[in-house]
Design a protein around this ligand. Structure first.
Ligand code: EPZ
Length: 416
């Protein structure tokens, strides 16, 4: 099992190119199932979740070739409708093939994704909403067996709860339904906007009619296109925090700063100086870290995927901070490891109370989930000694070349 060794106390200085977004690429790859035309996708991040999704599509019969800068997806011979447990269990986003398979074939057998470290991750909203498009489903031996013998039929659907995955599954499915679908109470994460842009470029008819409401007129013909995936805003947010916590000076390139307005505002409140340009920004960390109260929320609120990372930064503030996690029921797995490094964080329900004034000590650590693992790196960067992080396969799911990018800006980090 690979590990990361990190020697701390370096100020990060230099430029980091932000990669393509894993969470935009996953639904877009799933949506290619809708068409038999050749689709070219650019700026896919080289991370294991993307490799898993490509393997899943290949298991369904997609022919996918990747050269250095682009991935070509050919679904002209794609016939299978069965997404197996061994692929979906490692990457929950595998459930995103359910909508397109139903739209294309009127049938799909997809493994229930199961839970993960951060929560039970149910898909009841996906299923209830799909049934409003005429889908009949049953759960059998850990699989969803879903069918729409008469094809999908447009409808008015209001999501009971804001769900990124359910919004994505329904947008893709409704794109091929007969008639018009109106989806209300949608998630509006930038990755969903990227998916809509991709589908419309292929010839779908999707229009945002108000903040969380979307109108989809079903089509049946799609065009051959090429599409470039948006930047990864969570990767960008992670490096913003890396600059803040090491009092460094980083330039982040290949980004659209207005997409991460909330994160930029929060880091300015905490004390960082941030210069924003059209497609890059410069952040200078400040010695004094101000304490703050943060609540995670659906976009445009503070993202749950940056909660572990901002918690590490708040450990360095001189007063008590509070983080309230409102999205997932078990997303404080990183707290125990951070406390082993000397943090003083206590949990009260969905609130983490962070004492501050922490001098992290280097330690042997264990990653538990994707974003928790990167928070351990951030803490290790501020210590005086050598830390070792185990189970970094969690990290490789969503951060492309993280040790190369950090080494380039002065971190002493290596994979062993
Ligand atoms: C997406 O997960 C992201 N994953 C997550 O990123 C992200 O944390 C999450 O959205 C929230 O922003 C991808 O895009 C691949 P949800 P998703 O459906 O779609 C509950 C990362 O680190 N819910 O918006 O699974 C659910 O349990 C990952 O990159 C239901 O109750 O998130 C959660 O409490 C981690 N029933 C809340 O809604 C459902 O049918 C939000 O989940 C679906 C969800």
């Amino acid at each position: 099992m690979q590990k990361l060794e990190i020697f701390g106390s370096k100020k990060l200085k230099g430029q980091i190119k932000i990669s393509g977004s894993k969470n935009a690429a996953l639904p877009i790859l799933a949506a290619t199932l809708l068409t038999n035309k050749k689709i070219i996708i650019k700026n896919l991040p080289n991370v294991s979740d993307i490799k898993t999704m490509i393997t899943l599509l290949q298991s369904l019969g997609s022919r996918i070739t990747t050269n250095k800068s682009q991935t070509i997806v050919d679904n002209s011979k794609q016939k299978k409708k069965f997404a197996s447990y061994n692929l979906v269990k490692t990457m929950r986003a595998g459930i995103l093939v359910l909508g397109p398979l139903l739209a294309k074939f009127g049938f799909a057998k997809v493994s229930l994704p199961g839970g993960c470290a951060i929560g039970t991750r149910p898909i009841d909203i996906h299923l209830k909403s799909l049934s409003k498009l005429g889908v009949k489903y049953k759960i059998d031996q850990g699989y969803v067996i879903a069918e729409a013998p008469k094809g999908l039929k447009g409808n008015k659907i209001r999501f009971a709860k804001i769900s990124v995955g359910a919004t994505e599954n329904l947008i893709i499915a409704a794109s091929f339904a007969k008639g018009t679908t109106i989806l209300s109470n949608c998630a509006i994460e930038p990755e969903i906007k990227d998916l809509v842009n991709f589908l419309n470029k292929m010839g779908c008819k999707i229009e945002w009619i108000s903040t969380r409401k979307i109108k989809i007129i079903g089509v049946s013909k799609l065009k051959e296109i090429s599409y470039t995936i948006m930047f990864d805003r969570i990767e960008a947010g992670t490096y913003l925090i890396a600059a803040a916590i090491t009092q460094g000076n980083l330039i982040l390139q290949n980004i659209i700063p207005k997409v991460i307005k909330t994160e930029i505002e929060i880091l300015k409140k905490i004390g960082s100086k941030i210069l924003v340009k059209k497609n890059w920004l410069q952040i200078k960390g400040n010695k004094k870290i101000r304490n703050i109260k943060i609540k995670t929320a659906p976009y445009p609120g503070f993202p749950t995927d940056l909660q572990a990372q901002i918690m590490v930064l708040l450990c360095k503030s001189n007063k008590k901070s509070i983080i309230q996690e409102n999205i997932f029921e078990n997303r404080f797995m990183h707290v125990a490891e951070l406390n082993r490094m000397g943090a003083k964080i206590s949990i009260d329900g969905n609130k983490a109370i962070i004492k501050g004034n922490t001098n992290f000590q280097s330690a042997e650590l264990m990653a538990t989930d994707l974003r928790a693992s990167v928070s351990l790196i951030l803490a290790a960067l501020t210590t005086q000694g050598k830390s070792v992080i185990n189970r970094i396969y969690h990290l490789d799911r969503g951060y492309e070349n993280i040790e190369k990018k950090l080494k380039k800006v002065g971190a002493k980090i290596k994979r062993v």
